[in-house]
Design a protein. Structure first.
Length: 305
């Protein structure tokens, strides 16, 4: 095997939904991310190597991997004769609601754009990364990948148009319970209703609007206090043991707001005294082991390193 050229990219993790912003809101995370090294080789085909957190749980069959699916698409779309080898170093636990597959997809999208000199616009990068997410989730969605690619706080539409804002600094703690949910993203979506009461839709629109304004006004307290969800959270809470106890423990410990991180099973909380909040959440999980991640929003997205 002869390597022609290579690109290394870091992509931050992210939290999607953020309460009332289902499939719309995403925020990038500081200090939690994946590194992808993409190499073009003379031989055809795609080889995926994975190291790091939870690497044994991530498929290396290209069509079932968020990075591999992107490379398959590029080969077909652009008639690429050579193959690719991708080394993924995981810094984000997979299947826990912190944008693990999205970070790998985002890093790969940026890497192949640089490697192949495709000159894709941001919207096209987001769409390409979302295609990779579809390999894992069953359908493309861009709330995680838009935040990972662009950094900051992002609102994404169904046609890949986005509004991005720098986020103010505030503390975030993510409580990651040691539970495994097979096909978690698909299961989490299957739990959701096709129709919702009008009053709940109005409530969520109100809270989501306030959260967006809070980011624009650099107001973390307003942001956190509007992390309230009357549509998605009540259904997905059933797949997370001790959910309501953990959420209440976070609020009692001083969190401005608390909800499910992405599709779960982790919970995230926003506040100042994040160590107290995290310890309270961990204790509320009772006999379930729980790992805590302390972070804050990152206004830097995926980049070549």
């Amino acid at each position: 095997m002869v390597t022609i050229k290579q690109v290394r990219v870091y992509s931050p993790g992210s939290i999607a939904n953020l309460g009332p912003g289902f499939d719309v809101f995403g925020i990038a995370l500081e200090g939690i991310g994946d590194i992808v090294l993409l190499k073009q080789k003379r031989e055809s085909g795609i080889k995926i190597n994975i190291q790091g957190i939870g690497s044994d749980k991530i498929p290396i069959i290209p069509s079932e991997n968020s990075s591999g699916a992107i490379l398959e698409h590029i080969i077909e779309e652009h008639g690429v004769k050579q193959g690719f080898e991708v080394d993924i170093r995981k810094g984000i636990p997979p299947g826990k609601g912190m944008g693990s597959s999205g970070a790998s997809a985002s890093a790969t999208a940026l890497a192949v754009n640089k490697l192949m000199e495709l000159n894709l616009k941001d919207e096209e990068l987001v769409e390409l990364a979302a295609l990779g997410e579809g390999a894992v989730a069953g359908a493309p969605h861009a709330d995680n990948v838009s935040a990972s690619i662009l950094g900051g706080f992002v609102m994404i539409s169904e046609n890949w148009e986005f509004i991005r804002m720098d986020s103010p600094r505030f503390g975030i703690v993510v409580a990651v319970p040691d539970i495994y949910l097979e096909n978690k993203t698909r299961v989490a979506r299957e739990l959701l209703p096709e129709k919702v009461p009008l009053k709940d839709a109005v409530r969520n629109i109100n809270y989501a609007s306030r959260m967006a304004v809070a980011i624009a006004h650099k107001d973390p307290v307003l942001f956190g206090r509007n992390i309230r969800d009357y549509i998605i959270e009540p259904y997905r809470a059933s797949m997370i043991p001790c959910f309501w106890d953990v959420k209440q423990a976070a609020l009692d410990a001083g969190a401005y707001g608390c909800s499910i991180a992405g599709g779960g099973p982790s919970l995230f909380a926003v506040g100042e005294n994040v160590y107290d909040i995290g310890n309270a959440m961990k204790e509320a999980f009772k006999d379930i082991e729980c790992q805590l991640y302390y972070t804050q929003p990152s206004n830097r997205g995926a980049r070549v390193i």
